[in-house]
Design a binder for this molecule. Structure first.
Ligand code: NAI
Length: 395
């Protein structure tokens, strides 16, 4: 069959499985080009199949020779469709890592659940013994608690409703989008899903099971952003969840003191991922930011951010490089005041007539399509893909 992209709003409804392989290989190529570094050798990645988690896994495997276990929630081919991009990313990553002689185990299921924790502990014992690093990179709209209660996160603001211009990827058009004000309950629920509680439960379970090596570290990813995005992010429900995540890092850090370990939050740059393009208004900011960072030569994709995080800011010659609040600032280039002055100026002139000149909309679209295996160089999208072959692939 031939596979064409099906986009609905800012969500991809399908993927090109072989294009996903090209995208994984492209990331591997970038890590190889950046050179090796002395990093952790045994790593657990929670949220490993796309975005930052996948890029972390690739950077650590191909940059530092790490063996990894990756956990993700993805679906394979069925009568409902071809399966998700993350499903195939897991497969192609494992194949490439194994060719390199590395251990790469994919665990599929709900990372918020205790059975998945037990499965991960068993896999760590069997394949790695202990781990030197735990990467916590979940982005989810739903967390099912141990008693079966379903808690949903929302993307809303606080204070006043916020209206801005968003980008509709499906129709390639600017649209007015309003973030309503969240209720107290919605804030609490978003903190439950995207805050640090589950990260802490993971680290307690791993430590109790003696799965953490002496000096083990853990890192989770956060975002702060410039003032103009505060109503969307920092002062929104997700910002409350991230504040909770930052506090959890301090608790986990204390917890790990006994083994000489540390817990960190890396505050990252805004990047095009499945999760970020879903946030209202943010993609327009991303397009403006990308245009200006490309012009200055400071643009990074997920893989460049994660390669720099591990090789330079966590495992480089300087050890962990954190600010006074113990945050590892990977948003350093993004928050450059001169750059942000240009971004704010362009943001203020946004209109349906001007947005293509003010931001790198083509680049945004290209990165979004690539997440789902479309638009990759060297791919023949006119070639038939065999569903039978896809069904034989195992994560
Ligand atoms: P993503 O959507 O690309 O990846 C999310 C990962 O979580 C996937 O591997 C998915 O399978 C996994 N996942 C979701 N629910 C799960 C569940 N119940 N069980 C197991 N796995 C599950 O998202 P992205 O953007 O890479 O986000 C990762 C983290 O980075 C998030 O905490 C996000 O807030 C943070 N971040 C993202 C930024 C961005 O611009 N994209 C910027 C700064 C931080």
């Amino acid at each position: 069959m031939l596979i064409h992209p099906q986009i609905q709003g800012c969500v991809a409804r399908n993927c090109h499985p072989l294009g996903c392989r090209a995208a994984v290989q492209q990331q591997i190529g970038r890590v190889r080009a950046a050179g090796t570094f002395a990093g952790p050798k045994r790593v657990l990645v929670i949220g490993a199949s796309s975005g930052f988690g996948l890029a972390s896994r690739i950077a650590l495997t191909f940059g530092a020779g790490a063996d990894t276990i990756g956990i993700s929630f993805e679906r394979g081919p069925s009568d409902k469709g071809l399966g998700s991009a993350g499903w195939y990313n897991n497969i192609w990553f494992r194949e490439a890592a194994e060719q390199e002689g590395r251990v790469a185990i994919n665990l599929l299921g709900d990372a918020f659940s205790n059975p998945m924790r037990e499965q991960a502990i068993a896999a760590v014992r069997q394949h790695l013994g202990q781990v030197d690093l735990v990467v916590y990179s979940l982005a989810s709209g739903l967390r099912v608690l141990a008693d079966g209660t379903q808690v949903r996160s929302t993307l809303k603001t606080t204070g006043q409703p916020f209206t801005g211009l968003g980008y509709d990827i499906e129709h390639d058009a600017l649209v007015a989008q309003t973030l309503p004000v969240a209720s107290e309950q919605e804030i609490r629920d978003t903190v439950t899903v995207m805050g640090g509680e589950d990260w802490q439960v993971w680290m307690q379970a791993l430590q109790q099971a003696d799965c953490l090596a002496p000096g083990a570290q853990t890192v989770a990813y956060s975002y702060i952003g410039p003032e103009l995005t505060y109503p969307i992010y920092r002062d929104g429900t997700i910002g409350y969840a991230k504040a909770h995540l930052h506090a959890a890092a301090d608790s986990i850090n204390l917890q790990l003191a006994g083994i000489g370990g540390h817990a960190w939050v890396a505050v990252c740059k805004a990047l095009v991922t499945k999760a970020s393009t879903f946030i209202p208004v943010l993609p327009v900011y991303l397009a403006i930011l990308m245009q200006e960072m490309k012009a200055r030569g400071t643009h990074e994709g997920c893989i460049e951010q994660m390669q720099r995080l591990f090789s330079d800011k966590m495992y480089g010659a300087r050890g962990v490089v954190a600010d006074g609040e113990r945050l590892i600032r990977m948003d350093d280039y993004e928050l450059d005041p001169a750059l942000q002055a240009v971004v704010a100026e362009r943001w203020s002139h946004l209109s349906p007539a001007t947005f293509r000149q003010l931001g790198d909309i083509a680049g945004l679209r290209q990165e979004f399509m690539a997440l789902n295996g479309f638009g990759l160089a060297g791919m023949d999208y006119q070639a038939e893909v065999s569903l039978e072959m896809l069904q034989t692939l195992r994560p």
